[in-house]
Design a protein around this ligand. Structure first.
Ligand SMILES: C[S@@+](CC[C@H](N)C(=O)[O-])C[C@H]1O[C@@H](n2cnc3c(N)ncnc32)[C@H](O)[C@@H]1O
Length: 223
């Protein structure tokens, strides 16, 4: 599928189908076009942008995120409620070639009927559906659970109960920005005291990526 579009064009004038066609082209040929994809993202209208991904990071945001992931030795990430998986694709694509061979980003979603329907956008990573094997995915070895713009508190608490690993990555709006997610990255109201905020990155002016580590301190109680 050839790309005929010059990225300097004003994409906002284009119809959804044409923009999606270009995005599928850019993501279909290996990982080299991730910066072109971000440049395209800056030109498309908000509704379609959000349909693909709630928060579009810049190239600098992605590179900073890789530094943090590497410093915490986080290589295998399970993204819960990953939507189209475009963020996970971008994270993979923007890793250095050496790092790319070490990291894995898997996605878990609900509602196969939606993601496989003609109304939804294409998935950019293979999706696993909750209805198939939620338990197995969480039990599998993964270094971190990622929730990006997740907004389902009961499900979030259920996943936390199942998760035995040490890292949580929460991406969402800064508090007070008029957008609600649950968990919010800086006010996640985690159900116990074992999680510590270890790092936070600003993604754009309004969004945060928060890294929480499970504390190894064992709390001693009196029975
Ligand atoms: C606002 S969207 C965010 C999608 C994507 N992470 C992004 O940033 O563009 C929230 C996603 O969470 C998914 N979701 C809701 N409840 C879920 C659950 N119990 N398990 C897995 N995914 C769930 C929804 O289907 C939806 O795709």
């Amino acid at each position: 599928m050839p790309s005929s579009l010059g990225l300097s064009s004003v994409f906002i004038m284009w119809d959804e189908e044409t923009v999606l066609h270009e995005i599928y082209y850019l993501t279909s040929e290996g990982f080299d076009n991730w910066r072109k994809l971000l440049a395209l993202g800056e030109r498309i209208e908000q509704h379609l942008k959000r349909k693909l991904l709630w928060i579009w990071p810049t190239d600098g945001d992605l590179l900073k995120c890789h530094k943090v992931l590497e410093s915490f030795r986080i290589s295998h990430i399970l993204s819960i409620g990953c939507g189209s998986g475009l963020l996970e694709w971008l994270l993979t694509a923007s890793a250095s070639p050496q790092r790319r061979s070490q990291i894995t980003l898997h996605g878990l979603e609900v509602d196969r009927n939606w993601w496989q329907s003609k109304y939804s956008v294409q998935s950019f990573i293979p999706l696993t559906y909750v209805e198939d094997n939620r338990l197995m995915m969480i039990d599998d070895h993964c270094d971190a659970l990622l929730f990006c713009y997740f907004n389902n508190r009961p499900a979030f608490l259920d996943y936390l109960k199942l998760y035995q690993g040490n890292w949580l990555i929460l991406i969402g709006p800064k508090p007070g920005r008029g957008i609600h997610t649950d968990p919010n990255p800086l006010q996640p109201q985690l159900p116990n005291h074992e999680w510590r905020l270890r790092e936070q990155l600003n993604w754009t002016e309004a969004n945060i990526v928060a890294f929480y580590e499970r504390s190894s301190v064992v709390e001693v109680g009196i029975n």
